[in-house]
Design a protein around this ligand. Structure first.
Ligand code: CTP
Length: 399
């Protein structure tokens, strides 16, 4: 039988819970295959699991720190609550009889079970145990309880077991678990939509060796692109120079100047259902770009600047029929300036952030307020850019 084709999981956030079974080594392949399908993967382990496979293995395969203690405060590792909020789905593989019992009872006495209680999305369990343990009425009762609550039980398969006996209780193949994750997550609420995002700074050349730019890191735009891809959108990310890795499953278009970003956006505008201008586009560029390196003189230097095209305003004034979202970074009078920008640039939503307190540029966190064309406004509060990106997408999703 050929293995099932891997589903497209671009940007989906899958938490893998590993419990203490000899089959824990197969969870390593599961993490690899989930990532191959485009998912972002984090791993949480029980103490028992760490006796079979080291957290380092999963750290290397997932490219993230592994949570193996509910009390963990290691640098870089995120706590169980944040991990649970991050996850779109939790897949426990292998799931021992013990962990199934704890999940059924709602016990929370280690990193995995504590995290499991705060995950909102689908729970999948892939049992692995000795055959009699699987068939024991207690285990069957626990599995039935989990199923009743909506959990997806994948397997177990029949075959050779670690005990040397044959029977039910083998962990199913990782590809089957990946397929089940894809089915449980579904296509996403942006399936069939095209989202165009701009991100990062632009760079305006003065001569072949010098240019003007700004402090934008691109994180907000990249978070939006990643979140939209994770919700099933076809995403085009038009970005200025940034140091960020390309989000999985996103079409990347690298540009440098405001003019190039303008042209790249307009070339793709007709395909887009939603355009989100998160880039910090330069408002001015040197009026003349010297073909040769400018030589210094003895006196002061004055450079003439001219306006760059305002991409957002041009889109607002055009016949673009989709949803148009702009950003505003303000240090004062946030509401008045944001509303003015909304009207002037004719967009549907302005996401305003207060950069007065050093927030915004380069930070992981942001404080955003949304202002809508119909006069509504919504304070999204302070949060991680990844979480705010999800909230923005909730608000700007086309009907
Ligand atoms: N923007 C754009 N093209 C430009 C400049 C900005 O599309 N040439 C977009 C940004 O991507 C962002 C919004 O417009 O979505 C920000 O507006 P902008 O006028 O740049 O804000 P400020 O520079 O803060 O404006 P002001 O100087 O009026 O405060």
């Amino acid at each position: 039988m050929s293995p099932p084709a891997l589903p497209r999981l671009s940007g989906r956030r899958v938490l893998v819970g590993v419990s203490g079974s000899i089959a824990a080594y197969k969870a390593a392949d599961l993490v690899r295959q989930l990532r191959h399908a485009g998912a972002e993967v984090r791993v949480v382990m029980t103490r028992g699991a760490t006796a079979f496979v080291t957290p380092l293995t999963f750290e290397a395969l997932s490219a993230h720190p592994v949570l193996d203690s509910a009390l963990q405060t290691d640098q870089g590792a995120i706590g169980h609550v944040e991990l649970a909020y991050w996850a779109e789905a939790l897949v426990v593989a292998p799931a021992t009889a013990q962990v199934l019992a704890k999940l059924a009872a709602g016990l929370a006495d280690d990193a995995l079970t504590t995290t499991a209680l705060s995950v909102n999305g689908p729970l999948l369990v892939a049992p692995a145990m000795e055959s009699r343990m699987w068939h024991h009425p207690a285990t069957q009762h626990n599995v039935a309880t989990l199923r009743d609550r909506g959990a997806v039980v994948v397997g177990p398969a029949r075959g050779d077991l670690a005990s040397g006996r044959a029977g039910d209780g083998r962990l199913v193949e990782p590809a089957d678990i990946v397929a089940a994750v894809g089915a449980a997550l579904g296509p996403g609420d942006y399936a069939g939509r095209v989202v165009l995002v701009t991100a990062g700074p632009t760079a305006e050349d003065l001569d072949p060796v010098r240019y003007l730019t700004n402090r934008s890191s691109g994180k907000m735009g990249y978070a939006l692109a990643q979140a939209a891809a994770g919700r099933g959108a076809e995403v085009v990310l038009i970005h200025g120079p940034t140091a960020l890795p390309a989000p999985a499953g996103v079409e990347m278009v690298a540009v440098r100047s405001a003019q190039q970003m303008h042209d790249a956006v307009f070339a793709r505008r007709d395909r887009a259902d939603v355009i989100i201008m998160a880039a910090a586009v330069a408002d001015y560029r040197p009026a003349a770009v010297s073909e040769q390196k400018r030589k210094k003189g003895d006196g002061p230097l004055t450079i003439a600047f001219e306006r760059t095209p305002d991409i957002l305003a041009a889109l607002g004034a055009s016949d673009f029929a989709g949803t148009l979202v702009g950003f505003a970074a303000e240090t004062e009078n946030i509401e008045a300036y944001a509303k003015d920008k909304l009207a002037r640039k004719q967009c549907d939503v302005i996401c305003a952030n207060d950069v007065s307190a050093g927030q915004g540029f380069g930070a992981e966190d942001n404080h955003l307020r949304l202002f809508f064309k119909d006069g509504r406004d919504l304070d999204l509060g302070r949060g991680r850019k990844a979480a705010l990106a999800q909230r923005i997408l909730d608000e700007v999703r086309p009907a």
